[in-house]
Design a protein. Structure first.
Length: 514
């Protein structure tokens, strides 16, 4: 392995402290990348000898003492390669980090996997961790996590004297922690580079997932986001039925189980079994992006019903993000998407009917090769018709090594930009229409803290998306600036005045007033 090709032995961790005054992770891109970035932050703040960097032998001996001339900040740029814009954003943050004084710069993520040599040639980049190597580090971290119970831990084993400092290893830098449950995808969409980087579907062991979730619940988190590159592929790489017998969890781990379910759906979609077994302790769960194909198959009507039955327990947030990508069947075929527009519309209508108040969002790619004016207008018409709450709109950009990169009929950039603007305006209207339905009603909101706080370990997200579903609420007694945000279970964003009434990280029922 050539992890972290550093110079001057600058990377050191000892048992009692870090040799960086600040450790920062800059995440670019999707929730999956964000989840991995959170884990990297935990990895780099673990003390030796438990730090996976030490375990893998990529750190100098802890007996070496850092000199005053060594860099005092470690900044990890967790890159994205899904679009050209994502690559440009990644490069911008790399250059910004290099300009800082006494800053050690490490680059990782999807772009690092396809541009490793190029990145290592940039003056000021101290090391590159490929996506595969990043996952290796994280899995080592998860094994470390799995060997520890917060209720049964020997404090001295980590060189610390109290459990609060041990719990800090598991503390997430965001109010709504993201738990990765799987990686990889087998869908072979013609435009997608990420699946080529991340590979075939791989599911995280149930024990590891529940151990992390229970740690987060013990630490007081009230919402957990479950994410993966293709959530519905969870468990299908195991080629066997998942049942609660496979959990092998001891009596100290709280697992919610519901009996008398049809086990057939668990065989076809192990994700259902996982969601049925989630710990049920004053914590709600939100799903990341869900691919529609598996629910559209003609023989999977009962599968969809079993999936939607999960919302009757009120533990899952009424929010789904289901990519459409295009409203034209010919474009969908060129994208190698395994459904038609009509299939997708029936699916959305069914979900909307079964889960009242649900907020459904979607992804749209505009300017895909051969998308003429007629094809784009079909997309506009479908989007205007569907009961969607918001859109994520992306102009198509050619990605290397993908089948779509060989298509020749490219849409001019100016036309792409115009089409993005049209759909963004529609998204604003649909978002306003959705949230206005809940004016004068009480919804359960999670008060969110700022993603970064003062201290030695910092975290930041860089997301290339616009969030339109945001309401404001005023408080005549506060007379202060609005500094808090809150998120409802159905993904309505609320701005709040900072008062003692609302504490970040807690759930409150708040009436939305027009």
């Amino acid at each position: 392995m050539h992890l972290l090709a550093t110079t001057n032995n600058e990377m050191m961790v000892c048992e009692e402290k870090q040799f960086w005054n600040t450790v920062s992770v800059i995440n670019i891109g999707c929730r999956l990348n964000q989840a991995e970035g959170d884990k990297l932050l935990s990895v780099f703040r673990l003390p030796a000898p438990n730090n996976p960097l030490s375990v893998l032998g990529i750190l100098p001996s802890k007996t070496n003492s850092p000199s005053s001339s060594q860099k005092k900040e470690l900044r990890i740029i967790n890159t994205c390669a899904v679009t050209k814009q994502a690559v440009q954003t990644s490069l911008k943050h790399i250059r910004r980090a290099i300009k800082k004084n006494n800053c050690q710069v490490i680059v990782t993520g999807c772009w690092a996997s396809i541009a490793q040599k190029e990145l290592l040639k940039i003056p000021g980049v101290d090391g590159v961790i490929t996506q595969k190597e990043k996952i290796s580090l994280i899995e080592t971290w998860e094994k470390f996590l799995g060997s520890i119970s917060l209720n049964h831990i020997e404090a001295h084993s980590c060189g610390y004297s109290n459990s609060d400092r041990i719990k800090s290893f598991f503390r997430c830098p965001r109010t709504r922690p993201i738990v990765k449950i799987q990686d990889g995808c087998a869908n072979e969409c013609s435009f997608c580079l990420v699946r080529l980087i991340r590979g075939t579907p791989r599911s995280r062991p149930l024990e590891s997932i529940f151990n992390e979730i229970n740690c987060l619940i013990d630490l007081g988190y009230k919402e957990i986001v479950l994410t993966g590159l293709n959530l519905t592929a969870y468990g299908q790489d195991w080629q066997k039925e998942i049942s609660t017998n496979h959990l092998n969890l001891d009596a100290n781990i709280h697992v919610y189980k519901k009996n008398n379910h049809d086990r057939t759906s668990s065989v076809k979609l192990p994700l259902i079994q996982l969601l049925r077994s989630l710990p049920d302790y004053n914590c709600r769960y939100r799903l990341g992006s869900v691919e529609p194909e598996i629910f559209i198959s003609a023989d999977n009507g009962s599968l969809l019903n079993d999936f939607l039955d999960l919302w009757s327990e009120k533990r899952l947030c009424r929010h789904l993000h289901i990519p459409l990508q295009s409203g034209d069947n010919n474009i969908l075929k060129l994208m190698n998407r395994k459904y038609t527009v009509e299939d997708y519309c029936r699916l959305i209508d069914k979900i909307y009917e079964r889960v009242p108040g649900i907020n459904i969002g979607t992804d749209i790619i505009v300017g895909f090769p051969y998308e003429n004016e007629t094809a784009f207008n079909k997309t506009v018409k479908i989007i205007e018709t569907l009961p969607l709450g918001y859109l994520h709109v992306f102009p198509y950009s050619v990605r290397p090594q993908t089948p779509a990169s060989k298509f020749t009929d490219n849409v001019p950039f100016k036309v792409k930009k115009e089409r993005v603007q049209i759909l963004c305006e529609i998204s604003q209207k649909k978002s306003a229409s959705f949230r206005n339905r809940f004016i004068n009603r009480k919804l359960e909101f999670l008060i969110e803290a700022k993603p970064c706080s003062a201290g030695a370990n910092q975290h930041r997200n860089e997301k290339a998306e616009l969030i339109y579903n945001c309401l404001s609420i005023t408080d005549s007694e506060s007379q202060g600036s609005i500094t808090l945000t809150a998120t409802s279970d159905n993904y309505i964003k609320l701005k709040l005045p900072k008062t003692n009434q609302y504490q970040p990280g807690n759930l409150y029922y708040i009436k939305i007033e027009g």
